[in-house]
Design a protein around this ligand. Structure first.
Ligand code: SAM
Length: 277
């Protein structure tokens, strides 16, 4: 007997849209990670890491970087592109923002709604089925737009143009995306992730092209050698070694990137902050 997931997979596979196929691939990957019960081992005073949902340890420093850039979120209108199961939308709503999360997959939005209710922020979050490349909002609507691992599924410039249009003057669009040339990530995608060939991972040039749609841009890249710590989490499971090596390598990465900025292009994650004047 087919499971509901299997039926959904078949339905989406018949649809030839690349976005849908790619979204399906990420769905499989997310489910796989959830089944492995991967949970954050890093604790942060300023970020609720459990709401980062996957690869939390690696996203905590990214959120520690972007949240202060957003300042106080009280009464701010935020759009989250590709909200998935709503972790980021919930995190921002808990900080006082009024959030709209959009996604292409309706059943993901149902999970996102449930998550917002669990965290008592259902009244501050709305979800809608919508394509990030064709936003159904008027010009100048949002104070912030945020996305995490979503632009890689879209045509970057088209999405950036739409974001610019719906941002208020003075607003910021924050894109947290996976980069193309991290050697371990590159090899892993080549070997195991069939759909990754269709995704538009970011190079530094892509970051700059997205930024060119706005008046100004700042960006920071994260995790070079720190990815190696995953050996102690995924291959030989020794949690204490994972924690120790992750902290050590993270510190080494910060110094390496400061001394040799050209290494940014080999990082795993980029956080791109685009400003509209
Ligand atoms: C890798 S998941 C990330 C989910 C969420 N941002 C997170 O970090 O947990 C990518 C999400 O983007 C959605 N997505 C892909 N293409 C999209 C598009 N063109 N418009 C809106 N959502 C899209 C997928 O359905 C999926 O939920």
């Amino acid at each position: 007997m087919k499971t509901p997931f299997r039926r959904l997979e078949e339905h989406l596979s018949k649809n030839h849209s690349t976005s849908f196929q790619a979204a399906l691939f990420m769905l499989k990957l997310n489910n796989m990670l959830a089944l492995k019960g991967q949970r954050s081992t890093e604790r942060s005073d300023s970020v609720e890491s459990d709401l980062l949902l996957w690869w939390e340890d690696f996203y905590v420093p990214v959120f520690e970087y972007i949240l202060p850039k957003m300042g106080t979120l009280e009464k701010k209108k935020v759009l989250e592109l590709g909200t998935g199961t709503g972790g980021t939308a919930t995190l921002l709503a808990k900080r006082g923002a009024s959030v709209i999360g959009i996604d292409l997959l309706s059943f993901r939005l149902a999970e996102a709604k449930a998550r917002a209710s669990e965290h008592d922020v259902a009244e501050s979050v709305n979800f809608a089925l919508m394509d990030a490349m064709h936003l159904a909002f008027p010009d100048n609507t949002f104070d912030f737009i945020i996305s995490k691992s979503v632009l890689v599924f879209t045509e970057h410039a088209q999405t950036a143009k739409e974001c610019y249009r719906v941002l208020k003057p003075g607003g910021k669009a924050i894109f947290i995306e996976n980069m193309r040339y991290h050697p371990i990530a590159w090899l892993y995608r080549k070997m195991f992730l069939k759909y990754s060939a269709k995704l538009r991972y970011f190079s530094i040039h892509d970051v700059e092209k997205v930024g060119a749609e706005f008046e100004s841009l700042e960006h920071r890249e994260f995790h070079l050698s720190a990815v190696g710590a995953l050996f102690w989490q995924k291959c030989l499971v020794i949690p204490s070694l994972y924690r120790t090596s992750f902290r050590l390598l993270k510190t080494i990465d910060i110094s390496l990137l400061k001394c040799f900025p050209f290494l940014k292009r080999l990082c795993w994650i980029t956080a791109v902050i685009c400003h509209k004047n």
